[in-house]
Design a protein around this ligand. Structure first.
Ligand SMILES: [Zn+2]
Length: 118
């Protein structure tokens, strides 16, 4: 992968990183101001609050996972292994990297991991 391409992907990754971090910060602020448990009055409300915070945790967990993948990708750009599939060591196609710049796997390995995890 040449230097311009690397810079291009680094810029993309940093943009996504910033968006995700902003989103996390906004959600954190929102939940500090709107704590669903403090506003609950009876047990029926508690049920909803639990479900809401459960959904909230899921999306935050996903964001943290993405941020972790982004950090790893940025490190790989520095050490020169970016764009290689972690499983089969083949080059990940540029189209795939354009679409999902933080992916650690080529599309074939991704399909395989999705099948086994289901
Ligand atoms: Zn692969």
């Amino acid at each position: 992968m040449d230097k311009n391409l690397k810079n291009n992907f680094r810029a993309k990754l940093l943009t996504i990183q910033k968006e995700l971090t902003d989103k996390l910060n906004k959600e954190r602020l929102f939940f500090q101001n709107h704590n669903p448990f403090q506003e609950s009055k009876d047990e029926g409300d508690m049920g909803e609050a639990t479900l809401e915070s459960e959904l909230e945790r899921t999306s935050q967990k996903r964001i943290y996972q993405l941020l972790e993948l982004i950090n790893q990708s940025l490190k790989k750009i520095e050490i020169g292994t970016y764009g290689k599939c972690e499983l089969c060591q083949r080059e990940i196609s540029l189209e795939r990297l354009e679409a999902v710049p933080y992916t650690p796997f080529c599309s074939e390995c991704q399909k395989r991991t999705e099948k086994t995890s289901q």
